[in-house]
Design a protein around this ligand. Sequence first.
Ligand SMILES: [Zn+2]
Length: 518
Amino acid sequence: MTRRPFYITTAIDYVNGEPHLGHAYEKITTDVIARWRRFCGDEVRFLTGTDEHGIKVQKTAADHGLDPQTYVDGLVPKFKSAWEALDIEYDRFIRTTDPDHEKSVLELLRRIRDNGYLFEKTYNGWYCEGCEGFKTEKDLPGGKCPEHPTREPKWLEEENLFFKLSAFTQPLLDHIAAKPSFIEPASRRNEVLKVLEGGLDDISISRSKGAVSWGIDIDFRPDSVIYVWFDALINYLTGAGFGTDDALYERFWPTAVHIIGKDITRFHCIIWPAMLLAAGIPVYDRVFAHGWVTTGGAKLSKSAGGGGASADPGYLAATYGPDAVRWFLTSQVTYGRDGEFSLEQFENIYDAHLANGLGNLVSRSVGMAKKYFGGVPDPAGLAPDELLSTACATAVSECTAAYDGYALHDGAAAAWKLVTLCNEQIQLREPWKMAKDEARADELKAFLYGILETLRIACVLLAPVLPGKTAAALAIIGAEGAVEQGLEAATAWGGLPVGIELERPAPLFPRLDQIERD
Ligand SMILES: [Zn+2]
């Protein structure tokens, strides 16, 4: 069977501060989707990285007494190590200062220019340095940017290069009408449609070097650099080999799915597809805009303070383990909506779901199988446990539908039902009583095999969210490598090897009172 190419990207992070939980949320959920698609047999390419140009970086670097390159070089390792600590398995970490990105940006610009969509004009208007965005009066109620109320918008008068965005109002409306899944969820699609129905203005895509020097030089316009957003969006093409690796590009473009925050849909759902249309390049598959993770109702971001040390992704991963962070953010926040993070709720979920739910199931089921059979019992000749095998089949189909539809919280919940069911069934059917009655030996064998097999299937379905702990649990029950078998083989009932000796495992998740916390 030929594998389908699947290209998935996060937004690239603007490096004027350290990574926070909001950044981590996007990386984790994108990684969940990437892992799920690999499990389904797709050839996945996962791109993440950093957005390094622009006036904000230039100024922050100057405040630190550094040149911009040295400044960003110092921050990038912090992003990379944060994603490593959270088990994010990306294929490339792109930096907009990478040499191939510059090539790809200039190539795209050349095509847009050759097709007649660039022109020169004096820009007279407002600019918010917080957004790195050109603003109209109506974008600045009360003369302030709503996103950056403490910053004064700047009045600019610059002879700039403009992109004829207005020419793409109708083509974009047509594109969305023909393919509604292009922008999800629907609430975001409707916002974008409203903007399009109001008509689009042409946009400035250059900055004079007098104002901003930290950017990609425009080869045919030596006094200017490219506007940071225009440069940044093109990273998705660079990451697919545009202009530098034809084989990669042929394989993965335009299969891209862009995972972004809901605040940047205008750039990703209007400007970016218009740039591609202008260059004669096929438009990517879709944008999925997630909500914000808030603490105490405030968005987590550098300017909002980041939620304090307790919401620092590095601290959380080091203290509770990467899977605990991944589990909370994936299962407790409806994907596409805002969700609240509090350390108290995080610890409650850790305790209830991980330590007492999955952790307890592994230790008690393995303990009983070892005690009564020395290992995984062989159910040959016995009917499978009907209730458990049916529940597994249901979980597989619910989980598939949910993950495929980007309802990651529902996918996690569908798989989680199996963990809950096993714990309930053990309480209800009391295998320790079966063990005391010789006439019930077969019943015990079929039941315990069923529990371990259900645990195996739960683990492969949970693996995109909990890659580390499910791998450990699968190894404990003698099913290592189950995830690598792929969706179909790994979720078929009866896949657990029998007769394997089991050892009483160390706890999968330490109890909260055993975790050293700040
Ligand atoms: Zn702003």
